[in-house]
Design a protein around this ligand. Structure first.
Ligand SMILES: [Mn+2]
Length: 300
């Protein structure tokens, strides 16, 4: 009898241990920058990350913001607690940001000030955080993030995907510009190279800023030149009127038409009709619906 009890205890211990092993995955730092209007889209992005988190990664979400409404903040905190994820909401000192945002050189697209906060991840994130994945909030992650997070950057400071916006059909990668919506960042090197001083002096240069087309993205491309590792385009797949849907992208980026809007400053009515047919929007709304059901459950 005693023997059986000992065997039972061993089995129980082993079972407990393996469950713990399965739950405790690797730690992954993910950073967002949002204003109040982007809290909900960011939650959809977070939902998509967790839904596809097959390797049980444990996330530390660093949310850089220039202000979130109290009600939205409460819901955000409640949701992340319920999902057992770590988070930190970091208020960005507005003096770091470009006053009133930037009107792109074409004068048609306005970038809110908060987009510039990603330039300061090195000083805004705690010093002991040496790596992070920055993600925009107009994004669906449809893959497990382990492989991307463990990509070897070599001597580079960041990993980014080339921006195909200047290209035409078929889906060909751009040669010059990298898109700043998905960035794997070596924060240690970022800090060592004093990048933030370089951004700040460019922001202060009004001649430079007058020519700025893509806000933070121009600054990142100029300052990081030669130190960017090109990532597989599937890690930042653009939903755009120029491209046919590519099979199995890993990260879907809704440039142009945002799934929560009906029109876009970037697109003509004809282009809008083409892009609306992409099944990626359907997928977005499915994820959003699933998230809404979860949020309904934690409502007061
Ligand atoms: Mn974006």
């Amino acid at each position: 009898m005693k023997k059986y009890i000992i065997i039972l205890i061993i089995i129980l211990l082993f079972f407990d241990f393996s469950v713990a092993l399965e739950r405790k995955g690797e730690n992954v730092n993910v950073c967002f920058n949002v204003n109040d209007a982007y809290v909900k889209p960011m939650l959809v992005t977070i939902y998509s990350i967790l839904k596809n988190n097959k390797s049980n990664l444990v996330f530390n979400f660093y949310i850089l913001t220039d202000g979130i409404d109290k009600k939205n903040e409460k819901q955000l905190k409640k949701y992340l607690k319920k999902k057992s994820q770590n988070y930190s909401i970091i208020n960005v000192n507005k003096s770091l940001l470009v006053k009133d945002g930037v009107l792109g050189v074409y004068g048609m697209v306005y970038f809110p000030a908060v987009v510039f906060s990603r330039l300061y991840v090195g000083s805004l994130l705690p010093e002991n955080v040496s790596k992070c994945l920055y993600l925009d909030s107009d994004i669906l992650v449809v893959t497990d993030l382990k492989a991307l997070y463990n990509t070897n950057l070599g001597n580079n400071i960041v990993g980014m995907v080339k921006d195909p916006v200047t290209r035409t059909k078929p889906y060909v990668m751009g040669k010059k510009h990298y898109n700043s919506g998905v960035m794997l960042i070596d924060l240690k090197k970022w800090r060592e190279e004093n990048l933030e001083q370089k951004y700040t002096s460019l922001i202060k240069n009004s001649d430079y800023m007058r020519k700025n087309v893509y806000a933070d993205q121009d600054l990142l491309n100029d300052v990081l030149k030669g130190r960017i590792k090109t990532l597989n385009y599937k890690y930042n797949f653009f939903v755009d009127y120029r491209y046919k849907d590519i099979k199995n992208p890993y990260i879907i980026h809704f440039i142009g038409l945002k799934p929560w809007r009906k029109t876009s400053d970037w697109l003509t009515p004809e282009q809008l009709e083409i892009v609306k047919k992409s099944p990626k929007y359907e997928l977005y709304h499915q994820y959003e619906k699933e998230l809404d059901e979860e949020l309904e459950k934690i409502k007061d």
